[in-house]
Design a protein around this ligand. Structure first.
Ligand code: ATP
Length: 606
């Protein structure tokens, strides 16, 4: 059986089995822990629901009195009084319901507010690998629809269960008080609901799960193809038709699932409504026989009350049986969210993480090996030292592991073996915030938030004064450009900074790092060729940084390489050569090759 067939054929049942939430004590306890802070409000809701559900039953009881004492006895005053009372009680019930609904929304909003914040905090704490591995659409779905689902569960499912149970209890008690035989007859029909509900519930559960997955899929497609970079890729490779096809296919799947869903609900409703029409008829029949032949005290009003009460019970029973599916779904929702909240954070800050008083920029790699996954080693026994105040240039072919070295310095990942030391402290023991406070990174792919230039700069240092900002921008050779814009520093940079050119974005990111003023600057030099003016502006900006600061440069240009105190030549994750420019050239090895093919032509050096 092919993988595809496997997914299609046994996928759902397997998934259904795997996804069927186990309603364990600990799961319930955990859900309860979210409700606990709102116990007072929840108790009030229970009380209000109790009162309003009982009040809603009262008009049914009054119907009997209206018939017997008002209509049959032809007593207009009593009739008007009873009708007035019935309307008043209904109004009161509904008004109390209004308070309940407000309180309900308040509680559910507050619970999900906490949950949403907790989830966002958790996501913020997740390591780099999580974001490089997981689909953005899935992450956003957890944050949005799953948590909204929880809101729905609290404000809808829980309270409707409660109100239905109370209505059923009150109605049953009232029925038995009126006439136990008729009450029993009426109630006999109720368990029959359970038969169609069981199988309909199962089908609906499966369908709901599939709808959720397809919706995740659609979200994923939209997220990827409607993002700026995704859309550009679609355009460049002329993949519109392919993407449209893919989207339409998934959309079609959704339609068929929705149709199935509505059908699964419909035949269920046909059965329910048939059963619900049998109940009253049975009461009229048995009640009639009793009234005419056995119990002369039984009145028309009594029979009518029993019929009305019974008809009041169908809706709660119907909805309770439906909520069985809802409850399972809610549990799945909770367990999915808890699953996310319980995710292991790969690179975690130690509880007793060290925050050194000072750091002069000395970083040492000692026999560092690293693999993103077990399949292949990316770095192999890398040893080097970046001395305070000095600069190291890393060169090597694409995919050699240069950026990986930077990822490890920033502790985005942990080494597989060997150690990275900041002065004498292992990065694993250091406070993560300390590491990232002391390292400034200018990447090839500059990310800017869709806000003003000023906001983007302040992101690096919220306390920076305008003077500091202007100074940094001057050093980064971007100040004149910003001043030439109509809105100057308040110009909005566009989605991901796309209103700026590659060179401008880079210079802005240099200014951002200057404002951060880290101990060590890492510069991942862009491989993309900018025109010589743009290139010069960048070179002018980074040259002093390399001179003045402790720095590491993933270098592609001769001038940056020449400015470094030591050059490391990386190939397939190993340092194959190291030294200074002339020394390396004499070796006539990989560096010479790179020099001949890339650096020499990258620019003219005077
Ligand atoms: P370039 O000059 O092209 O940027 P590089 O020398 O910086 O290349 P790295 O980005 O360090 O190379 O990548 C080294 C190897 O690790 C590559 O083969 C790459 O496919 C792999 N790699 C990079 N990032 C990941 C990741 N997140 N998960 C798995 N493998 C990765």
């Amino acid at each position: 059986m092919s993988v595809r067939q496997g997914r299609r054929g046994s996928f759902l049942t397997e998934e259904e089995k795997a996804n069927s939430p186990k309603i364990t004590k600990s799961l319930l306890k955990r859900i309860a822990s979210y409700l606990k802070p709102f116990i007072k409000q929840l108790s009030l809701i229970v009380l209000i629901i109790g009162i309003s559900s009982s009040l809603k039953i009262l008009p049914s009881l009054l119907t009997g009195k209206i018939i017997d004492d008002g209509l049959i006895k032809r007593d207009l005053d009593t009739l008007i009084f009873l009708i007035g009372l019935s309307v008043g009680v209904t109004l009161l019930g509904n008004l109390i319901g209004l308070v309940e609904s407000y309180l309900n929304t308040w509680v559910s909003e507050n619970i999900t507010f906490n949950m949403r914040n907790q989830m966002y905090r958790k996501l913020q704490s997740m390591s780099h690998r999580f974001f490089t591995t997981n689909n953005q659409g899935d992450i956003i779905t957890r944050m949005t629809s799953d948590i909204s689902g929880v809101k729905q569960v609290i404000s809808g499912t829980f309270t409707s269960i409660l109100s239905n149970v109370i209505t059923l209890i009150v109605a049953s008690v009232a029925m038995f008080q009126k006439n136990w035989i008729l009450a029993l007859v009426g109630l006999v029909i109720v368990p029959l609901f359970a038969i169609p509900t069981r199988s309909a519930g199962k089908t609906r559960w499966t369908l709901t799960n599939e709808v959720q997955k397809t919706s995740d899929e659609i979200n994923g497609i939209l997220n990827e193809t409607l993002s700026v970079s995704g859309q550009l890729l679609v355009k460049l490779f002329n993949r519109h038709d392919y993407e449209i096809n893919k989207y339409e296919k998934t959309n079609k799947k959704m339609i068929s699932l929705h149709l199935k869903q509505s059908l699964a609900g419909r035949w269920f409703r046909v059965l329910i409504s048939t059963f619900s029409s049998i109940g009253p008829m049975l009461i009229y029949l048995v009640g009639g026989i009793l009234m005419m032949q056995v119990d002369s005290t039984l009145t028309v009003g009594d029979i009518t009350v029993l019929v009305t009460l019974l008809s009041r019970m169908y809706q709660p029973v119907n909805s309770l049986l439906n909520t069985q599916v809802e409850v399972i779904r809610s549990m799945a929702l909770f367990s999915r969210i808890f699953g996310y909240l319980d995710m292991q954070v790969e690179v975690e800050n130690k509880i007793d993480a060290i925050v050194p008083k000072s750091f002069s920029g000395n970083i040492r790699f000692e026999n560092v090996s690293f693999a993103y996954d077990e399949s292949r080693n990316i770095l192999d026994n890398v040893t080097f030292e970046l001395k305070s105040g000095k600069s190291v240039a890393i060169v090597g072919p694409s995919g050699a592991g240069k950026s990986t070295i930077i990822n490890l310095i920033l502790r985005l990942y942990d080494t597989t073996s060997g150690s990275i030391l900041f002065e004498e402290n292992n990065v694993r023991d250091l406070d993560l915030k300390f590491i990232r406070d002391h390292i400034g990174l200018v990447t090839q792919d500059t990310y800017l938030f869709n806000s003003t230039i000023l906001d983007n700069l302040l992101y690096a240092n919220s306390k920076a004064t305008m003077e500091m900002i202007v100074d940094a921008c001057k050093k980064a050779n971007i100040h004149d450009f910003i001043e030439s814009l109509p809105e100057k520093y308040n110009s909005v940079v566009g989605n991901r900074g796309l209103k700026l050119s590659g060179g401008e974005k880079q210079r802005l990111s240099i200014a951002r790092v200057l404002l951060k003023d880290p101990t060590v600057v890492i510069f991942d030099e862009a491989t993309s060729s900018l025109d010589s003016i743009a290139e010069n502006l960048i070179q002018e900006a980074i040259a002093p940084m390399i001179q003045e600061k402790t720095s590491i440069v993933i270098a592609h240009r001769l001038s940056t390489i020449l400015a470094a105190d030591e050059i490391l030549v990386i190939e397939k994750g190993r340092i194959v050569e190291r030294g200074q420019h002339l020394e390396l050239l004499q070796k006539d090895g990989l560096y010479t090759q790179l020099y001949e093919t890339q650096f020499k032509t990258s620019e003219k050096v005077d």
